[in-house]
Structure formats: C-alpha cells, structure tokens
Design a protein around this ligand. Structure first.
Ligand code: DC
Length: 219
C-alpha cells in the first residue's frame, strides 16, 4: 500500500512527540520531531555567539548552514538524531523558542522538513506541521492536554533524563511557551483531528491515534 504522511501538532507536553514516535514504530514509519530542528539552529547560533535579537546575523548564518544540509537532508537528520539528548535540555528548548519567531529561519526549517518527507512514510510532530509546513499530509492531528497534566508529564520525563527542575519550574516554563506559541496552537487546533490526552493513558492515546489513522487513509 502506498505510504502517507501523518502530521501531529500540539502544545509542549501534549504527548505529540512520545505518541508520534511510538505510532511511527507501530506502523513502520519514520518519526521526525520538528522541535529538534529549532533546537539545533538555536544552539549553533548560540555557540557562535549570535543572539536571537541579531536577526540579520541569524538569517545569514543559518542560510549558509542550510546550503550544506540541503544537499543531503537525510544525513543532516541523522546528525540531529544523534544529538537528541543534548538538544532536549530545557535551556535549549527555551533558546529555541526565542529564535523560532524569526520567519526566515522558519522558512529554512520548513524546506528541510519538506525535502525529508517528500517520499512519504513519516510521522512528523510540531506546532505548525498540519496547517503550514505540510498541509498536504494525509492525516493531521491536534493533540492537547491540560496544563497541569502536561507539566507533570514533562517533569517526569526530565527526571528520568536526570534533569532536575521542580514541577513549579516546569509548569511556569510551559505556560510561557504556550503564550509564545499561541498563534500556532490556535491554527493547529482548527486544522487537525483533536485528541485531548488529559485523561488517557499512553496506550489509550496510541490506540486512538492508530484507529483514527486507519479510519483516515492508512491502509
Ligand atoms: O517541541 P519542542 O519543545 O522541542 O520545541 C522547542 C521550541 O521550538 C518551541 O518552544 C517552539 C519552537 N518550535 C516551533 O516554533 N515550531 C515547531 N514546529 C517546533 C518547535
């Protein structure tokens, strides 16, 4: 059967990446966490002492990098995956959300992702995959959960990775990120099949996603 693309958007901690990754494994697809791209570009700017306030410098530096990556997006993606642990640090997440509003940087990331998934067979998670980056994805989801639940999940995840933040710190961080991401959240909510995971176990969330995929194009 021909493969499709499945786009999943949702606020931080909604489960889009953990569920998306497991869904991809279950159906033998590949998973892309688009947040990694934002985290990576923010990190390399920071390492090169370029602040998110220096927009022109950010654009020039990231465009130069993109020209190399675009020649082999697959290799670039493998490099990102290798750095996943380092990139998933909360401080890099915060940095990424400061760089993310730069439109030209977003366009660079859009092109890299579109090139990667053009042959289909991907589950892609993010904030604006369903309505902006991959509006042609055959199945689109919007995952959500209330703030307290999302904070608890993120807190336990960070604990398991040995990253010690308090629950209050994690909740505050999510709240700030929600505010910054609000316009994307609103648009994604209006686009995707909405699943509220607040009262769902991981297995229930996964089953729901899987069944909806089957009912909507996945053979
Ligand atoms: O999903 P994440 O926590 O890895 O994302 C880190 C930041 O990157 C997030 O606060 C906003 C930005 N981001 C984005 O703007 N669009 C995406 N598709 C993914 C992430």
């Amino acid at each position: 059967m021909p493969k499709i693309n499945i786009a999943i958007d949702g606020p931080a901690g909604s489960g889009k990446s953990t569920l998306g990754k497991t869904l991809a494994e279950k159906i033998n697809y590949r998973f892309i966490d688009s947040g990694l791209f934002y985290r990576y570009f923010a990190k390399i700017c920071w390492e090169n002492k370029i602040s998110y306030t220096e927009k022109e410098k950010v654009i020039k530096f990231c465009s130069q990098k993109e020209r190399n990556f675009a020649q082999n997006t697959e290799l670039f993606f493998q490099q990102l995956e290798k750095q996943r642990n380092e990139l998933s640090q909360p401080k890099i997440g915060n940095l990424a959300s400061q760089f993310a509003p730069i439109k030209e940087l977003r366009l660079i990331i859009y092109e890299l992702i579109r090139s990667l998934v053009k042959n289909k067979g991907f589950v892609i998670s993010g904030r604006d995959m369903t309505f902006k980056v991959l509006p042609g994805a055959e199945v689109k989801f919007f995952l959500t959960a209330d703030l307290a639940t999302r904070a608890k999940r993120r807190y336990f995840q960070l604990q398991s990775e040995g990253k010690n933040l308090t629950l209050e710190e994690v909740e505050k961080d999510l709240k700030e990120r929600d505010q910054r991401d609000q316009s994307n959240i609103t648009a994604a909510e209006a686009t995707g099949l909405k699943i509220d995971t607040t009262n769902l176990t991981f297995a229930e969330g996964l089953e729901k996603l899987y069944n909806l995929c089957k009912a909507n194009k996945l053979e």
